[in-house]
Every structure is written in C-alpha cells, then in structure tokens.
Design a protein around this ligand. Structure first.
Ligand code: DQA
Length: 144
C-alpha cells in the first residue's frame, strides 16, 4: 500500500466558509477535505488532511511527513510570508511538495508577495479558490 499524501493547512483556514468569503470562497475546510479524498482515491492514494493555527505544530507535521508521506501539499496561510521554520522543515523533504493558496497573493497586499515557502517546495499553485487544492493534488500525483 502506497504511503498517503499529506495535505497541511495553516492558521485561520479552519474558518473557511465564513472567513472573508469574497476572497477565500464559500467552501469549508471539510468540503475541501472531502473533494481531496475523492480525487486522491480515484488515483489510488489515501490522504492525511490536517490543520493547525500553531507554527511549531506545522513543523512537526512536516517532519512526520518525511517518514510517513509519499507527497506533501501545504497551504501555509499567513506563515507563508513569515516562517523560516516552515522553510527549513520543507527543505528536509525528498518527496514532491506543492505550496497552494486559494487566493492569488501576488495580487494582494505587498506583505503577501514574499513567500518563504516557495523557495523550499517543488512548485506553487495559487489563485484558483478551492480548486487550487485539486490542482495541487494532481501536480503531486503526476510526480509520483
Ligand atoms: C492564503 C493566502 C495568505 O496570504 C493568507 O494569509 C491566508 C490564505 C490563501 O490560501 O489564499 O491565510 O494562504
């Protein structure tokens, strides 16, 4: 049995559905998880889907993925723009890794233009709403 694909979510993404829906859409994180489960299972993979508001917990999840995952997808949310710790943890991976965003940070406030994560992952997908998760999953599966 193949190892699962880890899908990690950073701070405030637990509020999707009610948080700034004009930017992030109406889907809840649970809706997104179900859609990911379906896409992954059609390709023969299980997923492990997690969310944390705490930077160190996300570092722990990435370290767990080093051993337990075949690929990693991460929406680091606000930590994208601040976290050297997530950058360093992602650099330790030798599995495919995809940074995803619902919105297109490059079109928003200037503080969102810097991603510490982009320099440490295989590739980035952003701006497609909840569909960014599907596209990220497809990109990871193609690399497996
Ligand atoms: C986000 C974009 C980030 O800039 C923001 O802090 C988020 C969500 C996105 O998915 O569009 O919380 O990662």
């Amino acid at each position: 049995m193949a190892k699962p694909i880890y899908i990690l979510n950073g701070p405030n993404l637990n509020l999707l559905g009610t948080r700034e829906p004009e930017i992030y859409g109406a889907d809840t994180l649970r809706d997104i998880e179900s859609a990911c489960e379906e896409t992954a299972s059609r390709a023969g993979y299980d997923i492990v889907f997690k969310q944390s508001n705490i930077e160190g917990e996300l570092v722990d999840m990435i370290q767990e993925a080093r051993e337990s995952a075949c690929a990693l997808i991460i929406n680091p949310a606000a930590y994208t723009h601040t976290s050297v710790a997530l950058h360093d943890a992602l650099k330790t991976l030798d599995i495919p890794s995809v940074e995803i965003h619902l919105s297109q940070p490059a079109k928003r406030e200037s503080f969102r233009r810097r991603s510490y994560v982009a320099e440490a992952v295989t590739g980035t997908i952003s701006g497609f709403g909840a569909n960014s998760y599907q596209l990220g999953l497809q990109a990871a599966i193609k690399l497996l």
